[in-house]
Write a protein that binds this ligand. Structure first.
Ligand SMILES: *[C@@H]1O[C@H](CO)[C@@H](O)[C@H](O)[C@H]1NC(C)=O
Ligand SMILES: *[C@@H]1O[C@H](CO)[C@@H](O)[C@H](O)[C@H]1NC(C)=O
Length: 207
């Protein structure tokens, strides 16, 4: 069972008062005291990926794995220098127009119009290795959405992660401006021994 966020934070740091807003900092600041525990485990099972190209997007991004559907982002899952491709149409609710670009790669999908699981299934059928879903319409939301099973579609077998809308929007806008159909990513990145200030988070998040 998962403990509420503030209790988790409190448990790993009894001095610092940790609000929901500060949970990222709270978890991450304690990395060095948690020998043998990865960054990802400390911060609620979230995983990180990095963009290696284009240069303007070269940061480390946090995603929250789907709660109860899809494959886990476990030790068997690892993509290196693989395209992250915005799916077309953007909501990923029907077979993609850019099928050839999606196949073998990671799909970036906008939230809305159909369930998270449906989007993941559509991308899986198109040959995607994983999906990253982001609420770019409500891109000022500072919290992660839990993607839960909706029980309406068949099982999916690829991992799905939720990306903050602000990040999704910046990635999409930047690719559009550069007239590029994809970014290159590594997923996951291992931040076990990376101090917080070296985590290279996107500057627009303002953390
Ligand atoms: C990772 O998850 C996949 C899909 O559930 C599974 O087949 C694989 O054995 C798992 N690998 C590890 C190392 O746990
Ligand atoms: C991350 O890197 C550290 C140090 O190289 C290693 O000990 C650890 O097993 C790695 N963790 C994963 C999940 O690959």
């Amino acid at each position: 069972m998962r403990l509420p966020m503030f209790i988790r934070c409190f448990l790993i740091n009894s001095i610092q008062i940790c609000s929901y807003i500060l949970l990222i900092n709270c978890g991450a600041n304690n990395l060095h005291h948690m020998d043998g525990t990865s960054t990802a485990e400390i911060i609620n099972g979230d995983v990180f990926f990095e963009i290696t190209d284009p240069e303007e997007l070269e940061y480390t991004y946090r995603i929250r794995p789907a709660k109860d559907f899809g494959a886990p982002f476990n030790a068997s899952f690892h993509v290196k220098n693989v395209p992250l491709v915005p799916i077309l149409p953007k909501n990923g609710c029907k077979p993609p127009d850019n099928l050839d670009d999606i196949e073998g790669n990671v799909a970036l999908i906008e939230r809305g119009d159909c369930s998270f699981k449906m989007k993941t299934l559509v991308a899986e059928r198109a040959g995607a290795r994983a999906v990253i879903i982001s609420d770019v319409v409500n891109s000022n939301q500072e919290y992660f959405i839990e993607m839960i099973d909706d029980n309406t579609v068949e099982e999916v077998n690829i991992p799905a992660g939720y990306l903050l809308g602000k990040n999704g929007l910046m990635i999409l806008k930047t690719l559009e401006r550069l007239k590029r159909s994809y970014a290159m990513i590594n997923l996951p990145v291992n931040l076990t021994y990376t101090p917080v200030h070296e985590m290279n988070q996107p500057p627009w998040l303002g953390w």
